[in-house]
Design a protein around this ligand. Structure first.
Ligand SMILES: O=C(O)c1ccccc1NCC(=O)[C@H](O)[C@H](O)COP(=O)(O)O
Length: 374
């Protein structure tokens, strides 16, 4: 088994990680030895153990390499896994398609991802990956996200709460005119939230990484989830450098290869990855990936915005023996909480129903039908 660390023997002492394995593969010429070279060089690991050391077998299983080397584009590989969200990468090969079908996003999630591609490349131009990795290295160590959820679940006998700090969303528009992330974070914590989820996307949610950093530095003790649309490992290191303890990875957006790679980076940074699924196919894909600690079942279809709390039940009924699950979106009443708890979830992620009340923290007792201890 050849380790990518060994590939750093090409001469330079330090190789930043590739944005994602599928992006590295995309930059190579399929079917040629360049594809192999790209694997070796673009994904070579930094020697520092804080980063990562992946083997070829871990990242590039033979089926994936064969797919790539047969000339399939990244979007085609993703589509073969049932991923409907396309990247807006410039077409390089006829199989990637051209023309009108590529110019218009098919739904809001695809629009967010296309905007994210532009945003991340601009951010990277301002602060390259190597600098972000250094900043991440100097950030105080992450807090135990899963541990905080477990403790709260045991203490209260109801699903642990990940309370969301978000000003707006594409489906609901502005949720709060007066939006003070630090105030909201503190009232959530005081009223029993186990962890907080901080929206960092600016364009569609009016969030920011500054919010993440300010909340982290404000004395809040809860572990923080960076609620971001991750397409590039740069965002994971950046989130860590701003104090995130956990990060969201969306199965509807990321091919398996990228999830595996990003999971390993999270593990080496000491962060928790919350992997979000919305349907059977995504759930099955994620269950086959080693090292997944936390799965979130979104009740909101991110393509249509439709919310259906029976989604959690439907997906869990078939998979009774699953590790850790979290129900997300569209939870408004104590009955909703009892309903998802009975399906087997040990945590819930809630935004809108708390944020639209005068005091989002005090609204927690109303949502759970009792005061949560913390
Ligand atoms: O909420 C949206 O409109 C949305 C649109 C596209 C992608 C993601 C979106 N929301 C992210 C979330 O999953 C929710 O913020 C989270 O689950 C909390 O949901 P809620 O309690 O309904 O605010």
């Amino acid at each position: 088994m050849e380790s990518l660390l060994a590939a750093s023997s090409v001469g330079t002492a330090f190789f930043p990680p590739c944005p994602s394995p599928s992006a590295a593969l995309r930059s190579a010429v399929p079917g040629s030895s360049n594809a192999v070279a790209a694997r070796g060089v673009r994904c070579a690991a930094a020697k520092d153990s804080m980063f990562y050391e992946l083997t070829h077998d871990e990242i590039f299983n033979s089926a994936e390499v064969i797919q790539w080397e047969s000339g399939k584009s990244m979007n085609a590989i993703a589509a073969a896994q049932g991923i409907r969200i396309r990247r807006r990468c410039q077409p390089r090969y006829p199989s990637e398609g051209t023309g009108a079908d590529r110019a218009i996003p098919r739904n809001i999630l695809e629009q967010i991802i296309w905007d994210k591609e532009v945003e991340v490349s601009q951010r990277k131009a301002k602060k390259p990956l190597q600098k972000v990795m250094e900043s991440a290295q100097h950030t105080p160590p992450p807090r135990d996200f899963v541990g905080a959820l477990d403790t709260a679940h045991r203490r209260n006998g109801v699903p642990a709460l990940i309370a969301e700090v978000k000003k707006a969303s594409p489906s609901r528009g502005v949720l709060r005119d007066h939006f003070n992330p630090v105030e909201i974070a503190h009232t959530y914590e005081t009223n029993g939230a186990a962890c907080l989820s901080i929206l960092t996307d600016e364009k569609h949610f009016q969030g920011s990484f500054e919010n993440m950093e300010t909340v982290r530095n404000s004395g809040v003790k809860c572990p923080l989830l960076c609620k971001e649309f991750v397409i590039d490992v740069w965002q994971i290191y950046y989130a860590r450098s701003k104090g995130a303890d956990a990060i969201l990875l969306i199965a509807a957006v990321l091919p398996d290869l990228d999830i595996k790679y990003m999971l390993r980076i999270c593990r080496n940074l000491g962060m928790t990855a919350l992997i979000e699924v919305q349907d059977d196919r995504e759930f099955d894909r994620v269950l086959k990936i080693d090292g997944v600690q936390l799965i979130g079942i979104n009740n909101r279809n991110l393509e249509t915005f439709q919310v259906d709390t029976t989604n959690t039940k439907m997906l869990l009924e078939k998979r009774r023996d699953i590790i850790k699950n979290k129900g997300e979106s569209g939870l408004f009443t104590p009955e909703d909480i009892i309903y998802v708890h009975n399906t087997g979830v040990s945590a819930v992620l809630v935004g809108e129903s708390l944020l639209t009340q005068d005091d989002p923290g005090q609204a927690i007792a109303g949502l759970f039908g009792k005061k949560l201890l913390h």
